[in-house]
Write a protein that binds this ligand. Structure first.
Ligand SMILES: Cc1ncc(COP(=O)(O)O)c(C=O)c1O
Length: 388
């Protein structure tokens, strides 16, 4: 076994796969994994079909088809006023997952410190380890999960070179405010750090503003922004993502990407270009609808005695604290839940370094599901004995 494989052995296999399999086996309502149960716009699917039937079936250019790179540049301009050269500042990837992997492998040297928000989206931990980087966590704590700027300042050491940001944040649903982002930017400028920011939930915010950190003064030059079509257009299975920013950061990301997948799925790229160009308001409508489903789930969970709800400002997820139900930890609760209630949820402790630490009693629930499914889940929970 290589040293890398040994390091990766310390990372448990993805909890989502385990929990989704458990949901199928126990016929549970799956409020665990974050995938919508309704597809994105039909005209986007029609464009993909057309591309499949009209010869878009061989390797796409390495950086992505020009049509999509241009559409991504227009998207950043339209929504945020960010100007990008589609040829040198936009890279198409196989989902945001590959953008994260390529950015970290292409940019982080062994021993580099990477400041990263805990709880983590799980691929960050694996990819920082694969790159040989050193994780320098800053924890968002229940119940409000705000960024503690003093903790951020304290996490930075002489070895720190990167900040891996995620806003809107999975799993907490925190959307960093302009002031919080300005504090990150100030520290990045002061310590000459580069920010890699995962903004896959950029459009899924509920009554608050999503501010790309690249738009803050002095940050465009030192920010690589990652996103994808999966969440914005409800095509999580398509895995079409992108990295944008300064040409040298994009080139380093491309250098790693070419040895991971070489190029990304050709026929889906024109379809995502159409979505970005012709349906720019679709994600905002999705967010308005998701907000209703967030409220439905939060109200339902909040009505259960002993469940404390932290209402999220964005993403697909709501977090609850289940300590008042008497459970030792969220893992034990989630393992008992399918049998007790026929519902699956994710223990947030898996997104933390220390399972006995600040995420110990937290549980993540997904509301990117139909209202019928959410209501069914709530009815089952309300009718079950959830005490330890
Ligand atoms: C924070 C975050 N980043 C990246 C991804 C992966 O995006 P994609 O499906 O486009 O690879 C997800 C998916 O859950 C996510 O939550």
């Amino acid at each position: 076994m290589t040293r890398l494989a040994t390091r990766l052995q310390g990372i448990p296999p993805t909890i989502f796969t385990q929990m989704s399999a458990l949901a199928v086996r126990t016929r549970s309502v799956n409020l665990g994994q974050g995938f919508p149960d309704v597809d994105g716009p039909p005209e986007v699917i029609a464009r993909a079909v057309q591309a499949l039937e009209s010869g878009h079936n061989q390797y796409a250019p390495g950086p992505g088809v020009p049509e999509l790179r241009q559409a991504v540049a227009r998207h950043q301009q339209r929504h945020y006023g960010i100007e990008l050269d589609p040829d040198s500042q936009v890279l198409v990837t196989t989902g945001c997952t590959e953008a994260i992997a390529s950015a970290l492998l292409g940019l982080v040297d062994p021993g580099d410190g990477v400041v990263v928000l805990e709880p983590y989206y799980d691929s960050y931990v694996a990819m920082i380890q694969m790159a040989g980087g050193v994780r320098q966590p800053v924890t968002l704590r229940a119940p409000d999960f705000r960024l503690d700027v003093d903790e951020l300042r304290a996490a930075i050491t002489p070895s720190t070179r990167w900040v891996l940001l995620n806003s809107p944040h999975n799993p907490t649903g925190t959307v960093l405010t302009r002031d919080e982002l300005q504090a990150v930017a100030d520290l990045a400028l002061e310590h000459d750090l580069v920010v890699i920011t995962d903004e896959v939930y950029e459009h899924l915010v509920f009554g608050v503003e999503h501010v790309p950190i690249a738009t803050l003064p002095g940050m465009a030059e030192r920010t690589l922004t990652l996103s994808s079509a999966g969440k914005s257009y409800s095509f999580t299975g398509w895995k079409v993502g992108w990295a944008t920013g300064p040409a040298e950061l994009v080139a380093a990301t491309m250098a790693a990407k070419q040895w991971l997948t070489f190029t990304s799925g050709a026929p889906l790229q024109p379809a995502v270009a159409l979505a970005l160009d012709e349906l720019p308001d679709w994600p905002a409508r999705l967010a308005a609808d998701l907000r209703l489903r967030r409220d439905l789930l939060c109200e339902g969970l909040g009505a259960i005695d002993g469940v404390e709800v932290s209402v999220p400002e964005g993403t697909y997820f709501v977090t609850t604290d289940v300590s008042a139900l008497g459970w030792d930890d969220g893992m034990a609760f989630c393992q008992a839940l399918p049998e007790r209630a026929g519902v699956v949820a994710i223990p947030s402790q898996v997104f933390h370094d220390d399972p006995r630490g600040p995420g110990r009693h937290l549980v993540r629930w997904a509301f990117c599901k139909t209202p019928q499914l959410i209501s069914e889940g709530i009815d089952r929970l309300a009718g079950a004995d959830l005490g330890a």
